[in-house]
Design a protein around this ligand. Structure first.
Ligand code: GLV
Ligand code: MG
Length: 314
């Protein structure tokens, strides 16, 4: 069985909190190393001004090679394919620090061809640099209507894919949503304006065994707002969310982990199911746990939850 959130072919990496670090800011590159985020992405895209792009590449290579990122998933966000920078971002970062990089994040992904192009370029650079071919993963960021309608083919485009990532700020701009507060509901709409978008990304990701990651919440001094927005995607099944400030890390790690109560319950379901099915010599498909009936589907749900709980150290 492919367990959602742990891609079939790829190493299973934790991404409950994904820390955004501007590649052009040496102080942030240094500080990020001491923070307890599950993953970091060193940004060459929108957090870096056009004139600083080239310098940022070198700073990112140096930070990957010389920094202590142990225990963290290490990602670099390159620029998107409509810019002049993408190919050289990939070449510089992978030639310079490919062995210390887990994945590249491709922003504003429009279609499967863009993912395939990145895969091909990565393969060539890995080969030439003497790196293991195929080890570096790809994360595809869905940031506009075009990317969303192609989410299925994007998710299927390469065996390197590890996650689909929602980019709410660019997305809201692209569809003309009437709100300036990223992730919050546009005034005047009575329901959840993000439900369809989040579900669409989640379905495409899960159909292909990928993780689904929520994007940033820019009101960094509003912890309640962060919890509310993160709680929404976590409830649907998302695996994690970007964090822009150290204060958001602990909240994300907690929100995208099961509660202790749910985790304990999941372990009980697994134990009870094993007990009853082995007592019946494998001939029994459903069993009871107290007042609750459990079957193979309950076992699968419990397995996913228990997997997340064990990974979170519960
Ligand atoms: C992130 O890149 C976003 O656009 O929200
Ligand atoms: Mg964006």
């Amino acid at each position: 069985m492919t367990v959602p959130g742990s891609p079939g072919q790829r190493p299973s990496r934790s991404r409950r909190s994904v820390l955004a670090v501007p590649g052009s800011n040496p102080r942030f590159l240094e500080k990020a190393q001491g923070l307890p985020a599950d993953a970091v992405f060193l940004d060459l895209e929108d957090a870096v001004a056009p004139l600083a792009k080239e310098r940022a590449r070198d700073a990112v290579v140096e930070a990957l090679n010389e920094g202590d990122w142990s225990g963290r998933t290490r990602v670099v966000r390159v620029n998107d394919w409509t810019t002049p920078w993408t190919y050289r971002d990939v070449i510089t970062v992978v030639e310079g620090a490919g062995a210390r990089l887990d994945a590249l994040l491709l922003p504003k992904t429009q279609n499967a061809e863009q993912v395939k192009a990145l895969d091909l370029l990565l393969t060539q650079v890995e080969r030439t640099a003497g790196l293991e071919v195929g080890r570096i993963g790809i994360e595809a960021q869905i940031e506009d209507a075009g990317g969303l309608v192609n989410a299925d083919t994007i998710a299927a485009a390469s065996p390197r894919l590890e996650s689909l990532v929602f980019g709410p700020a660019d997305f809201m701009a692209s569809i003309n949503m009437k709100s300036l507060v990223v992730g919050e509901q546009p005034p005047g709409y009575p329901a959840d304006a993000y439900h369809y978008i989040l579900m669409r990304i989640l379905m495409a990701a899960r159909a292909h065994g990928l993780q689904a990651i929520d994007g940033p919440y820019l009101q960094i001094r509003n912890p309640d707002g962060f919890r509310e927005v993160a709680g929404r995607s976590a409830a649907l099944g998302f695996d994690g969310k970007w964090v822009l400030h150290p204060d958001q890390i602990a909240a994300a790690n907690a929100i995208y982990s099961p509660s202790q109560e749910d985790y304990d319950h999941a372990e009980l379901i697994l134990d009870a199911y094993d007990y009853w099915t082995s007592a019946a010599g494998g001939a029994r498909g459903a069993a009871m746990l107290g007042e609750e009936m459990i079957d193979e589907a309950s076992r699968k749900m419990a397995l996913v939850l228990a997997g997340k709980g064990r990974a979170a150290g519960l």
